[in-house]
Design a binder for this molecule. Sequence first.
Ligand code: NAD
Ligand code: DAU
Length: 364
Amino acid sequence: MTSFRKPRKIVITGGAGFIGSNLVYHWCNKYPGDRIIVLDALTYAGNRQTIAPLEEKGNLKFVQGDICDRSLIDELLETESIDTIAHLAAESHVDRSILGPGAFVQTNVVGTFTLLEAFRQRWQKQNQPADYRFLHVSTDEVYGSLELEDPPFTETTPYTPNSPYSASKAGSDHLARAYYHTYGMPTLITNCSNNYGPYHFPEKLIPLMCINILLGKALPVYGDGQNIRDWLYVKDHCRALDTVIHQGTPGETYNIGGNNEVKNIDLVRLLCKLMDELGDELPVSPSEQLITFVKDRPGHDRRYAIDATKIKTELGWTPQVTVEEGLSQTVKWYLQNRDWWKPLLSPEYQNYYQKVYSERSTPV
Ligand code: NAD
Ligand code: DAU
C-alpha cells in the first residue's frame, strides 16, 4: 500500500551552507514534487555553486536575501504559499563568535525572530493549518560542557551555553519554543552534534585538517587535544531533519547524535592516516609530522555527547554511516573536489585565519 503525502512548499534557509546544501540535495532527490525555495544571504560561508546543478531542475528557486529582512520574507511566504520552513541559516563558527559576537546576535537571534514572526503571520492568516511546520535547526552546544564521567545530554538537560555562538543559538531555541507555547504555532527544535561530510567550509576542524595536509601546512590542535566531540555524517543529519518535519510532534525538541565520541587528537591522527593512505604525493608525509599543539580556544567546551534515545524510540531514526566509513568518504571528497574548496581560501579567509591562529600560535 502506498501512503499519500501532500507535496510541501518549503523554504530552506542557509541552503547554500554546509548542512543546508546537503539538505537541499536530500529534499530535491526525495521529494521531486515539492516546491523548494532556498533563502541564503551568501555570507562568506554560503556558496551558490554548491547547489547550482539543482537550480536547473525547475522546482527549486534560489533567493539571495537576509533572514532579518522582514518584507522580503513576507513576500516570499505569500507569493510561494509556503507551508514549511527548515531554518538552518546562521553564523555557525565558534572561533568567529569569539572575534566578533555582534553578527551572531543579529543573524541567530534577530534573524530567527524575524522568520518566526513572518511565519506566524502567514499561519494565522491561513487559519492556523495543522500541517504547517517550522523546524528550527540547532546545536548540542546550548547544553554547555560535560566532564568525562557525566551522562550525555538529553532533551531535558538545562541550557548552559558558554560561547557567544552557543548563547545566540540558545536564545533562538527559546524563541522557537515560546512560539509553540504562546501561539500554538507548530515549531520543532533539533539539537545536533558535530556534523562532517561534503561541502563543509574550510574553517571547521575536519575540512581544515584535510586541506592543511594537502597544502603541507601545520595542523593546529587546540590545548591538549583531549576535548571530545560526537561526530555525525551530514547525510544522516539530513535524514533526521526530514523525519522530524514529517513525524515530529510540534512543540517538541529532538536531540540528534552519531554516538561517536572521539578526542580531537585521535580524530586528527585518523585523518592523517587516511590522507597518507588515500592521497598521493602529499607535500609532507607521514602527515602526522604536521600536528602542532597551540594555545587553547577561550572557553573551550571539554566534551559533548548526545543521548538520541527520544528520536530513535519515538520516530525510528538512527544514524546509518559509521565514523570510519564517513571519514573515509569525506577525505576522498576533499581529495577529489579541490575545485570546490580552493576558491574558498580567499584573501578574506586568509585574513581570518591569520587573526585566529596568530592569537593561538604559542605552542603549549
Ligand atoms: P554554515 O556556516 O556552513 O552555513 C550557514 C549558511 O547560512 C550560509 O550559507 C550563509 O550564507 C547563511 N547565512 C548566514 N547568515 C545569514 C542571514 N543573515 N540570512 C540568510 N542566510 C544567512 O553552517 P552549517 O554548519 O551548515 O550549520 C547550519 C545550521 O545547523 C546552523 O543553524 C547551525 O547552528 C546548525 N548546526 C550545525 C552543526 C555543525 O556541525 N555544522 C551542528 C549542529 C547544528
Ligand atoms: O556541536 C555542534 C557544533 O559543532 C555546531 O553547532 C557548530 O556550528 C560547529 O561549528 C561545531 O562546533 P565546534 O566548535 O565543535 O567545531 P570546530 O570544527 O570549530 O571544532 C571542533 C573541535 O576541534 C573543537 O573542540 C575545537 C577543535 N579545533 C578546531 C579547529 C578549527 C582544533 O583543535 N583546531 C582547529 O583548528
